[in-house]
Design a protein around this ligand. Structure first.
Ligand SMILES: Nc1nc2c(ncn2[C@@H]2O[C@@H]3COP(=O)(O)O[C@H]4[C@@H](O)[C@H](n5cnc6c(=O)[nH]c(N)nc65)O[C@@H]4COP(=O)(O)O[C@H]3[C@H]2O)c(=O)[nH]1
Length: 735
């Protein structure tokens, strides 16, 4: 096939339908004969050109086209047979009628074999000659018309093949038995069969087993015209034996099929004869795959591949409907890993993800095939047990889950211990609405957590409160900033030797419109989870900076102010800028601002944190390690940060009377001093603790012994009173 089959060949141009005079060349060596013939032919309105001999004839043929040549044979310069040979060899498309005095049969045979269209003997009857000329011209015209039609047919066949074969769709025809009689070239790239392999084969060879019945139905219907089968989605099988070309993926293709019955048009209209089917199969594999991916993503958790909340709800709905029919109870479990956040924060998200995968796999092991296991988000899983006999079934499965999850999980060299809290409810006993069942199981799970974790709790009426409270906190938190409900309290940090106030720690409080003053434990975890902690942290920084500026304006001695930094805040791209902004807006001495970051948080994204804190250190801003001793930090790493202060966690201070705690605190103070760091002990409540810490050469203490966190007003007054040192009678005990 040519590259551009759509072009018309020149021969193909339409034959002119205008009546034109037909031009004849008359060749003879005798002038009288030429004149006689010219006269005769003029009677029929032919245009006549004469050539006196063979040579003149060749010149005339070379110059113009004729509709016929009347040719004498015996000519002295170039005889008629040679002129005839010239005409045929050169492919001159003009019929030659030999008009000769040679009446032998041989002469006629030779001329006709040489390509002459007719042979007329001299002397001729004029009418006879005219009739023979007319016949020859008519025959030639018919031949030309035939050729023209044939060429057009061939061209149209060529176009048709080109269009059919370059179609992106698989085009086929079947005979009345369902065997392929035509397939276009597309079948090769689509299914890996050559057209030769498929011709004569039954269509079932390429129909996927699951769709055979449907295909039979479509082809047996033999519908034609508007009623023919359209856009039927079906799967075709690829050639199993063939090496698949690079672009062919999968063993099976999804297609949209059309099938139309073909009927013999010649048969009587009363008795239609079915002769086969034709149709098109459009490849929709990619579209189907994209649809499947979208569907999968909408209904699955992408990390574990488990169903997500939407699919879980779906399954639960189906099972509830079934349970209504069968009267068999079902159970919904809500599972939440205990302390997952700590693991995630300290070991990083990659390990957290691996852990979730391992948990998913272990949970699956505890369940039966018909049970649904879903991941609802974070470390929260849900299980649907569709066929229960009694509550003890639930207890049995949950015991198994708790036991299986209590075994350590090994992830990238870490031995991780986790446990799970489970809440359960049973339908129809506890209700039969999808969302309320899920919520009840979650409420029960929160109760299990609050009652000591790693346990199962069935839902009971009246359990509503804590769950709703949490939800309400999230809603209220989102409004609290705008409503100006946050406030900072300040707790002094006092020099163990001189009793001077060296600094304050800013501690966040929330004046909740209904619930009163809330401490961070009531809302910081929720704020962390829902991300509001970042704008809140920003507000804390600005508020602390403003407080310092106020103390400066009031002429109070300069003291350090420590601000707690949360994980999300430190991770935010804007962190360094937001700290710098706070310092610059109030023209603060960077040395007076200290950022408290827990050691686990610091280690979480070591490199990035080192860069951020390095930038802040250049501006003079101080860094304190909060809750020191509770993490797993290595001094080798800590030394990479610009640390100024170590804050010993209050859990050690409060049990200083235990010998091992005393040695640990002693070691921590010695280490801090060795590294030339300021050491602050938190949670000092008694004189005994203070005295011991002073003895151990701890630089500063913070705790109820001197003052609980107080309002800005009280802190200002306290600073005014005790800037030069707390005295014995001023010391306060927590209240
Ligand atoms: N038992 C006892 N407790 C004492 C004593 N002295 C002080 N405390 C309490 O110990 C906590 C010390 O703060 P933290 O370890 O940084 O722990 C803080 C800190 O991690 C976080 N936090 C507080 N304010 C903020 C903040 O503005 N942003 C962020 N991200 N976290 C904050 O919330 C935690 C708890 O804060 P608070 O409830 O204010 O609790 C404070 C304080 O009130 C004492 O003698 N005995």
């Amino acid at each position: 096939m040519s590259d551009n089959p759509i072009q018309l060949s020149p021969q193909c141009s339409a034959i002119s339908s205008f009546p034109v005079r037909q031009r004849l060349l008359v060749v003879d060596d005798e002038v009288l004969i030429l004149e006689g013939l010219t006269r005769l032919l003029a009677t029929r309105d032919y245009e006549v050109v004469t050539a006196n001999g063979g040579c003149e004839a060749l010149i005339a043929i070379g110059k113009q086209q004729f509709d016929a040549i009347l040719l004498d044979l015996g000519m002295p310069d170039l005889n008629g047979n040679e002129v005839l040979r010239f005409v045929t060899e050169r492919g001159v498309d003009t019929p030659v009628i030999v008009v000769s005095g040679d009446s032998t049969i041989d002469a006629a045979i030779r001329a006709l074999r040489g390509g002459a269209a007719d042979f007329v003997r001299k002397p001729y009857e004029p009418e006879e000659l005219l009739r023979r000329i007319e016949n020859t011209l008519t025959r030639r015209r018919l031949e030309k018309e035939n050729n023209h039609i044939l060429q057009r047919l061939q061209q149209s066949e060529k176009w048709h093949r080109f269009l059919v074969n370059s179609s992106p769709d698989f085009i086929y025809t079947l005979d009345c038995e369902g065997r392929f009689t035509f397939v276009n070239d597309r079948v090769e790239s689509l299914l890996g069969y050559s057209s030769k392999e498929l011709l004569g084969q039954h269509y079932s060879l390429v129909i996927h087993e699951d769709d055979i019945a449907r295909a039979e139905h479509i082809f047996n219907e033999r519908r034609a015209g508007d009623r023919s089968a359209r856009n039927i989605e079906i799967h075709l099988k690829c050639n199993p034996g063939m090496r698949r070309p690079r672009l062919m993926n999968g063993r099976c293709k999804s297609v949209e099929l059309t099938a139309t019955g073909m009927y013999d048009e010649e048969a009587s209209p009363f008795e239609q004869r079915f002769i086969g089917s034709y149709g098109v199969a459009k490849d929709i594999t990619e579209r189907k795959q994209a649809e499947e991916t979208v569907h999968y993503q909408a209904y699955h958790d992408l990390l574990t591949g488990l169903p997500n909340r939407a699919l879980f709800r779906d399954h639960l709905g189906l099972m509830l409907a079934q349970a209504r029919r069968t009267q068999q109870p079902l159970a919904v479990l809500s599972l939440d890993l205990d302390h997952f956040k700590v693991i995630n924060d300290s070991l990083g998200h990659a390990i957290g993800d691996e852990l979730l995968l391992a948990v998913g796999a272990r949970l699956r092991q505890c369940l039966r095939e018909g049970d649904t296991l879903a991941r609802l988000g974070g470390d929260e899983f849900a299980v649907l047990l569709p066929t229960l006999v009694s509550r003890s079934d639930v207890e049995h499965i949950c015991r198994k889950i708790i036991q299986v999850l209590s075994k350590p999980v090994y992830v990238k060299g870490h031995e991780i211990y986790i446990s799970v809290s489970i809440g359960a409810c049973v339908a129809p006993e506890d209700g039969d609405m999808i969302d309320s069942l899920i919520r009840q199981a979650e409420i029960a799970m929160y109760r299990a957590k609050s009652q000591g974790r790693s346990r199962l709790q069935f839902w009971e009426a009246g359990m509503q409160a804590p769950y709703s409270e949490r939800m309400q906190i999230e809603v209220d938190l989102r409004r609290a900033l705008a409503r100006n409900e946050f406030v900072l309290f300040y707790q002094p940090q006092v020099d163990t030797v001189t009793g001077e106030v060296r600094g304050f720690e800013a501690l966040l409080r929330w004046w909740h419109p209904q619930r009163g003053l809330l401490t961070p434990a009531d809302f910081i975890p929720v704020a962390e989870e829902c991300g509001v902690i970042v704008p809140i942290g920003d507000w804390v920084l600005r508020q602390a900076a403003e407080q310092m500026a106020e103390w400066r304006r009031a002429g109070l001695p300069p003291v350090r102010l420590s601000v707690n930094i949360s994980a999300r805040q430190l991770e935010s791209a804007d962190f360094v800028d937001s700290v710098m902004r706070a310092v610059q807006v109030y023209s603060l001495d960077g040395n007076l601002l200290e950022l408290e970051i827990t050691e686990t948080l610091l280690m979480r994204d070591f490199e990035a944190n080192a860069i951020k804190l390095g930038r802040l250190s250049v501006a003079g801003i101080r860094l304190a390690i909060d809750d020191f001793g509770t993490g797993y930090s290595s001094f080798k790493y800590l030394s990479r940060f610009p640390i100024h202060t170590l804050k010993i966690d209050q859990s050690f201070v409060q049990e200083l009377d235990r010998e091992e705690n005393m040695s640990i605190v002693n070691a921590m103070i010695a280490m801090g001093r060795g590294m030339n760091l300021n050491v602050v002990a938190e949670g000092v409540e008694t004189e005994a603790q203070r005295a011991l810490l002073q003895q151990m050469q701890c630089h500063e203490v913070q705790g109820y012994y001197y003052s609980p966190p107080v309002s800005s007003h009280e802190a200002t007054a306290l600073l005014g009173r005790h800037a030069r040192g707390f005295e014995q009678h001023d010391q306060r005990v927590a209240g």
